[in-house]
Design a protein around this ligand. Structure first.
Ligand code: SF4
Length: 360
């Protein structure tokens, strides 16, 4: 049976009509699925009993299961989720005042092969479906509710495991599910899609308008990008920046540039000057992230003073710069550094919910 969470709203409407019911039933059903977050058709109390029974006969309603939880000292919560086929994937909840930003995964593994990233080194297993991607938010909301955490998920970042533009069909469908006005209602300004940028696919930001772009650049030159991001660097860096300059943005919108500082690789003042030259004509803001080494990866974290000097140079040149300080944020933004550790532990230990290791 097909999981009903895989349907977009128009598809659910068609499915409801094909089952012999009026279209407005789809709205009720959608609210139960995506606003109330119920797990059973039988709990949908304002839907007629015979329709609920028909739904149970013809559709499944399957959420990812929480396999393991870790909570860091800064309040970041990592949920390791088990999908219906047993695949494990991680989503991260990052606290920010009275709300959370949730980092979503979109693939099991990743085809891009970034050399600083644990997910990249894992290789690619499969794409996640739209329902699997969107249901990460259902699970997170339920987790917060059932653990006495009053805050809710307010912002989404597609910044976890996987490269969204290489699974665009499912990612686009998940965006349509998560932004629907009868359900979770995440607006464009509350959804950021982080990508290392794929040639020929950047027009989705203009054409679809469903999310704001954040570009994982991580290098000031083509040569450095080739060593850090061999898959992404097939698109020469100058062409990438020119394409970003041509993007249509609304009045106050800017492209976000993500830049992970790695010791001795891209963190010197010379690299900062190269970055200034590269981005001088781009309407952008820069997120600097101090690298947090993953297991089995040879790169090292930058010295704190080098990070501050890098940041100061960019600010002096007029850029808006954010320096990610929290470890939880570092990990989430680093796009997959957590997974090898989490998956390795999941393979070697039994499920253990609620453990706090303080290290995220
Ligand atoms: S950094 Fe992102 S795009 Fe690169 S391998 Fe990791 S998950 Fe994939």
């Amino acid at each position: 049976m097909q999981n009903i969470l895989e349907l977009t709203y128009p598809e659910l409407e068609s499915a409801v009509q094909a089952m012999g019911h009026q279209g407005f039933r789809a709205r009720q059903l959608w609210k139960w699925l995506w606003r109330s977050g119920v797990r059973e058709f039988s709990a949908m109390s304002n839907i007629a009993k015979d329709f609920r029974e028909q739904l149970t006969r013809e559709w499944s309603l399957v959420w990812p299961e929480v396999h393991e939880v870790q909570t860091s000292s800064d309040g970041t919560i990592k949920l390791l989720l088990r999908l219906a086929d047993g695949a494990l994937v991680e989503t991260v909840l990052i606290p920010d005042k009275d709300r959370y930003t949730q980092c979503l995964s979109c693939q099991i593994g990743c085809p891009m092969g970034c050399t600083f990233c644990s997910t990249g080194l894992m290789g690619f297993t499969r794409n996640m479906t739209a329902g699997e991607i969107a249901a990460q938010v259902l699970v997170a909301r339920e987790y917060l509710r059932t653990h006495g955490l009053a805050q809710n998920v307010k912002n989404l970042v597609y910044m976890g495991m996987g490269e969204p533009l290489t699974n665009w069909d499912a990612v686009k469908r998940s965006l349509s599910i998560l932004s629907h006005s009868e359900g979770m209602e995440f607006s464009r300004r509350r959804i950021t899609l982080s990508t290392c940028a794929i040639k020929g696919k950047m027009d989705v930001f203009d054409a679809e308008g469903l999310a704001l772009p954040a570009i994982s650049l991580h290098a000031p030159t083509q040569e450095i990008r080739e060593s850090l991001m061999p898959g992404a660097a097939r698109w020469p860096i100058d062409e990438l920046i020119a394409a970003l300059q041509g993007m249509e943005l609304k009045a106050r919108e800017r492209v976000t540039i993500e830049y992970i500082l790695i010791k001795g690789v891209n963190d010197s003042l010379q690299h900062a000057r190269q970055l200034v030259r590269l981005l001088s004509h781009l309407k952008c803001k820069i997120n600097l992230i101090a690298y947090n080494p993953g297991p089995g990866i040879a790169y090292a974290a930058p010295e704190h003073e080098d990070v501050l000097a890098f940041e100061e140079l960019l600010r002096k040149k007029g850029f808006t710069v954010t320096l990610r300080k929290s470890k939880g944020q570092d990990i989430a933004a680093a796009c997959g550094q957590l997974k090898t550790e989490a998956l390795g532990r999941a393979n070697s230990t039994s499920s253990e919910e609620g453990r706090s290791n303080g290290t995220a």
